[in-house]
Design a protein around this ligand. Structure first.
Ligand SMILES: Cc1ncc(C[n+]2csc(CCOP(=O)(O)OP(=O)(O)O)c2C)c(N)n1
Length: 306
């Protein structure tokens, strides 16, 4: 008989799942489902969170949850929402939520996500971004940052890891004119929780992109996950922001908002050097990463503030 999570814990996604020690993705899932409650209906594609959460008989979800084909997270959300509506369920009572990794979102699932936003389906899509295809052994995705070592972007004396830049999925999603989109980090958990609450209460498509470090793939200690997720924000390599589409903001074309604008950044070099995946980066590479950060912040401060 499957264990009933409700007998054991008040969480919707609870202990006993099979995630690695220090898994950032599982923390994001747990916090989000705590906000969304037992009536939330979740869909997860192939990826770490479905691999670790659905091990019969130790199912880690107390709410309704299902696994989708890899590319189909947003399409399945659309179908679930239509089904609940046909049953007369109120969207305020049961959020339809997807949890997909960076590969499942930025690469293989992007078309389905784009279609759902285009239709403005009443669903919440959460991408937990651990910056690679972790479940199949750390392959590069389009959200892997420059310089990171993965099994498909090896690093050593002749090659320096990932040679491409991280795709800006938050702004790609915002460019659809979605009602609500946000970036977050599990290092700033209260900010993430506030954004899940906000997304829960808005109708139409909502998207949250949460940075969720993976000690196995990033080459850091299992007790460093939250600290590194804080560090990436403090260095300015990740930023906490929101986009409200016209439907929510009343502003034609929508409005971006920076939630955190540090006067001084933490050291990019120290952030990179504390992770095994960036071991082969040269000092020039690290300086180029910092220069990219500065250019991005100059543009955000100019365009998004006020
Ligand atoms: C169509 C298809 N291609 C490939 C796979 C194999 N696969 C399963 S999980 C996974 C990695 C998922 O990576 P990501 O979406 O970043 O999530 P994470 O594993 O990091 O949580 C892959 C490639 C699959 N299940 N289906």
């Amino acid at each position: 008989m499957a264990v009933n999570a409700k007998n054991i814990s008040d969480d919707e996604f609870f202990f006993g799942h099979k995630a690695c020690a220090g898994c950032g993705g599982s923390l994001a899932l747990r916090a989000a489902l705590k906000v969304l409650g037992p009536n939330a209906v979740a869909a997860l594609p192939a990826g770490c969170m479905s691999a670790v959460g659905f091990n019969f008989p130790q199912l880690a979800f107390a709410n309704n949850a299902m696994i989708t084909p890899f590319a189909a997270t947003a399409s399945v959300l659309t179908g679930i929402e239509a089904g609940l509506r046909a049953q007369g369920k109120k969207p305020d009572d049961c959020t339809v939520v997807g949890f997909a990794g960076d590969g499942g979102t930025a690469d293989i699932g992007l078309q389905a996500l784009s279609g759902a936003i285009d239709r403005n389906d009443d669903v919440l899509y959460i991408c937990y971004d651990n910056e690679a295809y972790m479940n199949t052994g750390i392959q590069k995705s389009s959200l892997t940052p420059f310089g990171a070592k993965t099994t498909t972007t090896p690093a050593g004396s002749n090659t320096r890891g990932c040679l491409t830049q991280k795709k800006n999925l938050f702004e790609i999603v915002a460019a659809h004119g979605i009602p609500y989109a946000a970036t977050a980090s599990i290092g700033y958990l209260n900010d993430f929780i506030r954004k899940v609450e906000r997304a829960r209460d808005i109708r139409g498509t909502r998207y949250i992109h949460v940075i969720a470090p993976c000690p196995t793939g990033w080459g850091c200690g299992v007790d460093e996950t939250v600290d590194i997720a804080k560090d990436i924000v403090d260095t300015g390599l990740w930023y906490l922001a929101e986009y409200e589409g016209e439907q929510v903001s009343g502003v034609p074309g929508g409005r971006f908002k920076l939630n955190r604008d540090p006067k001084e950044f933490a050291s990019v070099d120290a952030y990179l050097r504390r992770q095994g995946r960036f071991k082969a980066l040269t000092d020039e590479d690290a300086a180029a990463v910092e220069a990219g950060r500065d250019a991005k912040w100059e543009a955000m401060r100019r365009d998004w503030r006020g």
